[in-house]
Design a protein around this ligand. Structure first.
Ligand code: KG4
Ligand code: ZN
Length: 336
């Protein structure tokens, strides 16, 4: 089965062709750079970029896969959560192609797509598993009971970790997006970094909160002279990163021990963080749990993960109606 995956939920315009759910024939991602000067995604600019670039990206994905539109068996498109104006552009393309080619299409929850990046990367992986999805918009801890059956165990109560990385990077005059900049500069700090608080919340909670940490960094920076700020930049970045990583690692392993699930997977842009990957690996070794770390291109937003999730739903005979709508919020597992 050849599935065309389409992803336009935020600031990546992406199209992929997936064969039988796991083989990536093409995975073309255009990361919109227009948002850089605003230090965050501007919804209207994102929509305009998607509408300008989606068809050329579709053509590039088809060309790379050496597949023609007529050979595609089904279409998978991100339905939410995300920016509605952006989602509608992908959804309109999926509907138009589905109608014209007389093939089915399905709407995919973006978070389910992230989970499926592990399905793509690891053919031997089978649920149950705990998946930590961490990105610019999300921080969600999920129990994957089986493919398609999820229980959300915890989520962020305020900022997503990627958002916190981006905001702290701006405070430190680093480049956007902040995650990779902080990851890189942290390595220049010779100590364990500036000590910042960790928000573990109430006893037993698997939710996350990063806005207090961001405020703590802002307060710390506001008390420095500009010279001190330059001098301490790497160690402030490192201290902040350590605080985020400690909470993510502890809660993920807590979830695994609570439910006695021995497989842990991660996904989302922040899953590319080198310290997070390192700490998770150390902890997995210590506790003898199996850890799944998808490659960077599959962690950040892409359409291959949407195509893989789509294959799963299409092969069960699912099909969306042409009235299918886009949703800014869409709970994992909810079908609209
Ligand atoms: O999954 P993604 O591409 O898009 C969303 O769905 O948000 O994630 C983007 C986020 C950005 O906030 C970026 O700063 C963060 O992922 N990110 C990182 C790293 N690489 C990307 N955060 C920490 N460390 C990294 N190496
Ligand atoms: Zn994402």
């Amino acid at each position: 089965m050849l599935v065309l995956g389409i992803e336009t939920s935020c600031d990546e315009t992406a199209v992929a062709v997936i064969e039988d759910g796991r083989k990536i024939l093409s995975n073309v991602v255009f990361s919109q750079w227009v948002h850089k000067r605003y230090w965050g995604v501007v919804p209207e600019l994102a929509s305009r970029e998607h509408s300008k670039t989606l068809l050329p990206i579709l053509q590039a994905a088809l060309k790379e896969s050496k597949v023609t539109l007529r050979e595609i068996d089904g279409i998978a498109v991100t339905q939410g959560p995300g920016l509605v104006g952006s989602l509608l552009i992908g959804l309109s393309l999926a509907k138009g192609l589905s109608y014209a080619l007389e093939i089915p299409f399905v709407g995919i929850n973006h978070l389910e797509g992230h989970i499926f990046s592990n399905f793509l990367e690891y053919p031997d992986l089978s649920p149950p598993l705990i998946c930590l999805i961490v990105s610019g918009g999300h921080s969600t801890l999920v129990k994957v009971k089986t493919w398609g059956d999820y229980e959300v165990l915890g989520r962020t109560r305020d900022d997503a970790p990627g958002e916190a990385f981006d905001k702290v990077a701006r405070l430190l005059d680093l480049e956007y997006p902040g995650g990779p900049s902080i990851d890189k500069i942290s390595k220049e700090c010779g100590s364990s970094g500036v000590k910042f608080p960790r928000a573990f919340l109430e006893e037993g909670s698997l939710d996350f909160s990063f806005s207090g940490l961001k405020t703590a960094v802002a307060l710390y920076v506001s008390r420095l002279t500009s010279g001190e700020k330059v001098k301490q930049k790497a160690c402030i970045a490192k201290g902040f990163q350590e605080a985020v990583v400690d909470v993510l690692v502890e809660k993920t392993f807590k979830a695994s021990s609570n439910f006695k699930i021995k497989r842990i997977a991660i996904a989302g842009g922040v899953a590319n963080n080198s310290r997070l990957r390192e700490k998770l690996s150390l902890e997995a070794e210590k506790t003898r749990l199996r850890l799944y770390l998808p490659s960077p291109l599959l962690c950040t937003d892409n359409a291959a993960m949407i195509g893989a999730a789509g294959y799963f739903h299409l092969s069960r005979g699912e099909q969306a109606p042409l009235e299918l709508n886009a949703f800014p919020r869409l709970p994992l597992g909810q079908v609209n």
